[in-house]
Design a protein around this ligand. Sequence first.
Ligand SMILES: Nc1ncnc2c1ncn2[C@@H]1O[C@H](COP(=O)(O)OP(=O)(O)OP(=O)(O)O)[C@@H](O)[C@H]1O
Ligand SMILES: [Mg+2]
Length: 372
Amino acid sequence: MKPLRVLVVEDLEDDYLLVRDELVAAGFTVVSERVDTAETLERVLAARDWDLILSDYSMPQFTALDALRILHASRQPDLPLVIVSGSIGESSAVAALKAGASNYVMKGSLAQLVPVVDRELKDARTRRERNEAFVALERAVRARDEFLSIASHELKTPLTSLRLQTESLLRAARRGGDVDRTNERVTTRLEAIERNAQRLTHLIERLLEFTRVTSGAIELAREHVDLVALVGAVVAQLADTFHDARSDVTVTSPERLEGSWDRERLENMLNDLLSNAAKFGPDGPIAVELEDLGSAARLRIIDRGIGIADVDQQRIFGPYERAVPERHYGGFGIGLWLTRQIVEAHGGTIEVQSAPRAGSTFTVTLPKGLPA
Ligand SMILES: Nc1ncnc2c1ncn2[C@@H]1O[C@H](COP(=O)(O)OP(=O)(O)OP(=O)(O)O)[C@@H](O)[C@H]1O
Ligand SMILES: [Mg+2]
């Protein structure tokens, strides 16, 4: 049974029933309504969603051209309208098609009705799908433009700092002067240069990894990895980040948790999830829980940060997607997308549980990938 919500613009009840029966006989489950004035058409169009309008050409109260005008001004202007008329001359038919009617059928040859309706419904579906694809594409292009602006900004910040440091070093070198004092300042500047250069390298590596993964499937370099040791190492690497965020990190885990995984990819994943916990959950504790599920490992990263609204919880795993204003938080919006690609390449899953201001829990389940 094919459901069909059809609005029939028709002054004759008998003709309305005839059209209806034709559709029912063809296997449609018909929900229909008959209207024969401009006011009722307007009201019924506003009241509910329809799949199709069948309209007589000229009625005592108004014509199909009026119906088309009302349709185009309504909230569902793309509905197909097929004229079903007892007597429509060639010039009227042309006028109706020009005004936006999709097709016409003569009441004398109602056998034509069902094929025409089928085709119009199919065309309408194609149009709808195209529109949806277009909207999604527009959204993706907008997100990418925003990403480019964020990326340029993120890359420029350490670069500007780097240039300031080198310029000041150059000035000092040209001036000569007190060697001891300069030496100390030189060391501090060089350290700052080193930090900014590292930051830049890290950002560029992320972007390169992003383009690599976008343009093809991830090729895993599996090796024997102890996840407990890896988590310990990444937490230690991020000590400064957690210190700056005033967040204490606790790790709960078994003695060891081993699997056949891509070490570098898992390191990136841990880096992303833990950096997010620090970035979006400052001043609160962060808990990392590792659990041995037998054939899989489970990782939970729990923060008490700003949380994520329901509507954003799926979206943030997409490329460039962010759920926070650009001004408040840096970031490309690619970390979770990369993380998901890494987890899925390992045959695992990632999900989030969160509520605004209550914190977030990211749960990763990774099959161990070891022979049974
Ligand atoms: N722990 C968290 N708490 C609250 N929101 C989060 C958390 N982790 C991620 N988000 C939300 O999901 C979005 C996407 O995260 P993702 O890591 O992909 O991007 P990002 O951190 O903004 O940038 P980057 O690419 O530099 O990591 C974030 O912008 C943020 O809105
Ligand atoms: Mg991130």
